[in-house]
Structures are given as structure tokens and as C-alpha cells.
Design a protein around this ligand. Structure first.
Ligand SMILES: [Zn+2]
Length: 224
């Protein structure tokens, strides 16, 4: 990701999660905020950049964070984050191999629909294996994980659609679907990742935060 915050164009190619192209983008807006005074107790700074993809003309919103101790806020994996479009795989809750497979599929979206569909099918298979599926075929893995209700009905249906598109692509039968069909599949797998990894992680974060507040209320001394 490019940390250049000047208006104009990014100096480095940026991945567009809408169309999968990695290209120089126009910076159409910048907003900054942070600690207000030089003598504030903790110095931090946020920069937001609104970028526009020259290929699909859709926007991307970057957040760049820095502070005096190079600490990262909760849920951050790096100093630079994609806030829009939704980018679940940026969460530390998502296993690296799953994040990598999903990102590779999204990158393929702008190059070849079939590659993207097959990549999404592979991502789904990795997710189900990570959840403990032991069956051989993807259809059986979906049934196995759905049976103990870890995959609710609507995500089971999304999983079957992802499987079907991936299967069709692998067998050269993808003629009937287009860019937007595959974009739905990209979203479906993103939502599956959100539901299975990101939401539980955020819930735990909230519970820990609540516990911390209770401790502070009992003992005003700093915990750190
Ligand atoms: Zn794009």
C-alpha cells in the first residue's frame, strides 16, 4: 500500500478490491485528524485518503495511522488499512493462508472470472478445513460443517453457490456468468469470513474491553 498522502495520484500501484486491478489511483480527497496539541499526553495521527480506480471508477478509502510509539489500535494488522470496500481479511482474526487465498482470488477478478471463481472455491475449502471438516469433497465438507450449525442456512446456500461457480469454471462451463455474478461470489466468501472469524473476534474484544472497564472502576490505578 502507498503511504503518499499528497493529492494527485498514488506513487505506488494500489489493489482495487472492487475489480481486482492493481494500479495507480487518483487521490480525490484527504482528511487528517489526531492529537490536538504538541504537549498532549499521547501523540497520534490518522490520515484518510479517498482513491478512485481508473479501471472500474469505484472508490477506495484508506486509513493510515501513526503514533509516537508505533502502537496499533485493536483490530489493526498494519499502519495502513483499507476501510472501504469491506476488507475482512485485514483483520488479525483471519488465518493467514485464508486471507492470502481470498486476496489472490480477488486479484484474479480483474483478470479472469474463471480464475477468480476457482480461487474463491479454494478459499471456501480452506475455511472448512480450518473449521475441522474431514470429508473429502467440498459438498460433503459444507454438509459436515453445517450439521453442527457452525454454518447457518444462508451461508450454507452461499457456500453451495460459490462451489457451483468454482466447479463450472474448473470445467470450462462458465460462459453463462459475468463479472457481476463473480462479484457476488467475492462478497459471499467475504461475508462467510466475517461471520466465522471477524465477528467472534470483535465480540471477544468487546467483552475484554468491558472487563477492563470494570477493573478500572474498582481500581483507578493504571493497569498497564
Ligand atoms: Zn477497480
Amino acid at each position: 500500500m502507498d503511504s503518499d498522502c499528497q493529492k494527485g495520484y498514488t506513487t505506488q500501484p494500489v489493489l482495487c478490491l472492487h475489480c481486482g486491478n492493481e494500479t495507480v489511483m487518483e487521490v480525490v480527497g484527504i482528511h487528517e485528524w489526531g492529537s490536538q496539541q504538541p504537549d498532549d499526553e499521547f501523540q497520534f495521527h490518522y490520515t484518510y485518503r479517498l482513491l478512485v480506480c481508473p479501471t472500474c471508477h469505484r472508490p477506495t478509502l484508506h486509513e493510515i495511522y501513526s503514533d509516537e510509539e508505533s502502537c496499533l489500535p485493536p483490530d489493526y494488522e498494519s499502519q495502513e488499512t483499507i476501510l472501504f470496500p469491506s476488507h475482512s481479511v485485514g483483520s488479525p482474526a483471519v488465518p493467514k493462508k485464508i486471507a492470502k487465498a481470498y486476496q489472490a482470488a480477488v486479484r484474479a477478478h480483474g483478470i479472469d472470472h474463471s480464475l477468480c471463481a476457482m480461487g474463491l472455491r479454494r478459499t471456501l475449502e480452506l475455511i472448512l478445513c480450518d473449521l475441522g471438516a474431514t470429508e473429502w469433497g467440498l459438498k460433503d465438507k459444507i454438509e459436515e460443517i453445517s450439521a453442527d450449525e457452525r454454518l447457518p442456512e444462508f451461508l450454507k446456500e452461499a457456500s453451495y453457490l460459490t462451489k457451483r461457480f468454482g466447479d463450472d469454471a474448473a470445467h470450462g462451463k462458465e460462459a453463462d456468468y459475468d463479472f457481476f455474478d463473480v462479484e457476488y461470489m467475492v462478497g459471499f466468501v467475504g461475508h462467510i469470513i466475517d461471520y466465522l472469524y471477524v465477528l467472534p473476534y470483535k465480540l471477544n474484544g468487546f467483552k475484554e474491553h468491558t472487563e477492563l472497564k470494570k477493573k478500572w472502576a474498582k481500581d483507578p490505578e493504571p493497569i498497564f
